[in-house]
Design a protein around this ligand. Structure first.
Ligand SMILES: [Zn+2]
Ligand SMILES: [Zn+2]
Length: 378
């Protein structure tokens, strides 16, 4: 017997997400049931709903969930009902890459995050008595309840605004990790960030934490450039500006130590390499779905420049999310300034606002969960 939940179901690629009553669970021994308090919308959800990621349908997407543990499987001793958790991607924790500190490159990443099923082939969700694909990034959290592997749920303190923390598990982790875990700028360094969405702005916040002296943000939307300035960017440039490369090289004193490409078109990636000084490093993090061939000037790379592709910031959420929360408490990582909340039942408006760029990071909240939780705090 499962728990009843409200969930956004993708019936077919390119079709609408429909909120339906679904059955969640029952739990396997190492799983936990999480009552979702809030879940961010990430562009990868939109890419998947359109068919750009091979997740089977019908499915429930959503992979920036956070909430309260409602029940635990028989072998779970690390979490208990009432614990607050932020969910992130699923990793096996035993393969060579996981053991080497790189769970984002888990050798079993695809089956654990994109297959829509548990490893034994069953689904965590049912719709009208038939299998409904779950386990999207180990969670499928566009739903009032989610079943997750206990190892992929990061426990956090109960005094935090749990409904806002979900984006730390993907979009913000991706941008911040690209800076703090991969590029690792020295204090005083210069960095150019292409794209002022949640990932790019996460990179900006991380660049501030790292002590970068020059943080330039490139984006076509004026409101986003203004938000970037309020979050710590030192300069902003319209991506349509004439002589973009020359402008960026001038702003960074002849070339940037680092660049973060969140757009990942061929044009933007080649510009991101062209603005680097020598040596210099660029992280490219955008997921465009399917193959994405680009052309780069190899002679520019020869001069000590590098480009690295990064998934999930190459960060281990179990260490990185608590680090980001500690920075937020100190006032050094105000990621909540980029969030706009919507009630879960207003999913359509939230998706539209995400697709159009009207909001930077939409977070769907479940009001009943929030009030239950307040009672539990007393
Ligand atoms: Zn692994
Ligand atoms: Zn994501």
């Amino acid at each position: 017997m499962g728990t009843q939940a409200r969930a956004a179901v993708v019936g077919e690629y390119g079709g609408p997400l429909e909120i339906r009553d679904v059955a969640v669970g029952p739990l396997r021994e190492r799983e936990v049931l999480v009552r979702i308090a809030g879940v961010g919308i990430c562009h990868t959800d939109l890419t998947a709903a359109a068919g750009g990621v091979p997740v089977p349908v019908p499915a429930v997407l959503g992979h920036e969930g956070a909430g309260v543990v409602a029940a635990v499987g028989s072998a779970v001793d690390t979490l208990a009902p009432g614990d607050h958790v932020v969910l992130s991607y699923s990793a096996c924790r035993t393969c060579r890459n996981c053991q080497g500190g790189h769970p984002a490159y888990c050798e079993h990443f695809a089956v654990r995050n994109y297959s829509g099923r548990r490893l034994d082939g069953t689904t965590t969700l049912q719709l009208d008595g038939t299998a409904l694909h779950g386990n999207w990034f180990g969670q499928s959290s566009f739903a009032s309840y989610a079943v997750v592997d206990a190892a992929d749920a990061v426990q956090v303190a109960r005094d935090l605004p749990i409904e806002l923390l979900g984006p730390l598990g993907c979009g913000i982790q991706t941008g911040a990790g690209a800076v703090l875990r991969v590029l690792r700028p020295r204090a005083g360094a210069s960095i150019v960030v292409f794209g002022a969405g949640a990932v790019g702005l996460g990179a900006v916040l991380a660049a501030c934490v790292a002590g970068c002296a020059t943080i330039v943000v490139v984006d076509p939307v004026r409101e986003r450039r203004e938000l970037a300035l309020s979050l710590g960017a030192t300069d902003v440039v319209d991506s349509a500006a004439a002589d973009l490369t020359r402008t960026l090289r001038a702003l960074t004193g002849g070339g940037a130590d680092h660049a973060v490409d969140t757009v990942s078109s061929g044009d933007v990636l080649s510009t991101a390499v062209a603005v680097l000084r020598s040596p210099g490093s660029c992280a490219t993090v955008g997921l465009r779905g399917g193959r994405n061939p680009v052309t780069l000037d190899q002679s520019a790379l020869l001069m000590g420049r590098s480009v690295t592709g990064v998934i999930e910031g190459d960060a281990d959420p179990r260490q990185f999310i608590p680090e980001l929360i500690a920075l937020w408490r100190e006032g050094c990582f105000p990621f909540d300034k980029m969030i706009t909340t919507f009630d879960f039942e207003d999913l359509g408006a939230a998706l539209d606002a995400t697709a159009s760029g009207a909001v930077v990071k939409a977070v769907l909240t479940f009001t009943s969960t929030a009030s239950d939780e307040t009672e539990g705090l007393s």
